[in-house]
Design a binder for this molecule. Structure first.
Ligand SMILES: CC(C)(COP(=O)(O)OP(=O)(O)OC[C@H]1O[C@@H](n2cnc3c(N)ncnc32)[C@H](O)[C@@H]1OP(=O)(O)O)[C@@H](O)C(=O)NCCC(=O)NCCS
Length: 166
């Protein structure tokens, strides 16, 4: 399958809006945003968000099938780090390598820009995502308590990092 990693821009707004809504609706443990909050974001706001340059996508030829946040820390003392997330692949494309293409794309992009540490948070009960991140080489560093409240329940995240440099 010709899967390709690239930066998302305003021209991807419609497909990104639909995919983000699908993710928030179907995988509440994988998103901070709720289904209702995702549905309320206008297409103009989606274009603005995408024009920030902080989202990457994985494409099956021209079809957007997954996306992730990629945010480099801006300060001199922190710019060796970048945050990954959200990280989502459409259900039809899970288990087929699309997630790996996207993560490897992010790792290559980080490496070629001198970023030495990728960081992410994942719900402690998001077992599939945890298995995926650990297979990509991420190591668990800490537990972040009470990160989300879903249906009245306090939920914790794990904090993971991937060392890219020495
Ligand atoms: C997280 C995500 C991107 C991973 O992509 P994927 O294509 O599903 O990942 P893969 O199939 O390559 O790897 C998942 C691994 O979890 C395993 N797995 C599947 N279901 C599982 C479960 N319920 N519990 C534990 N492991 C599970 C798979 O067997 C696979 O492991 P393996 O490669 O050793 O066999 C994707 O599942 C997704 O978009 N999930 C919804 C959004 C989300 O939760 N994102 C994470 C936010 S932090």
């Amino acid at each position: 399958m010709p899967l390709v990693y690239k930066t998302l821009t305003a021209q991807h707004a419609e497909s990104w809006q639909a995919l983000r809504f699908e993710g928030a609706r179907d995988f509440p443990l994988g998103f901070l945003v709720t289904e209702g909050e995702a549905a309320a974001v206008s297409i103009e706001r989606c274009r603005e968000i995408l024009n920030n340059g902080t989202l990457r996508g994985v494409f099956d030829e021209t079809k957007l099938v997954g996306f992730c946040g990629f945010r480099r820390e801006p300060l001199e003392r922190t710019r060796h780090r970048a945050q990954i997330g959200p990280f989502f692949v459409a259900q039809d494309y899970q288990g087929c390598g699309a997630a790996q293409t996207m993560m490897q794309g992010a790792i290559e992009e980080a490496r070629s820009n001198g970023i030495e540490q990728l960081e992410l948070f994942v719900d402690t009960e998001n077992h599939r995502a945890i298995a995926f991140y650990e297979r990509q080489g991420f190591e668990r560093v800490a537990t972040h308590p009470d990160v989300t409240r879903i249906e009245g329940k306090r939920r914790d995240d794990y904090f993971y990092r991937l060392k890219i440099g020495d």
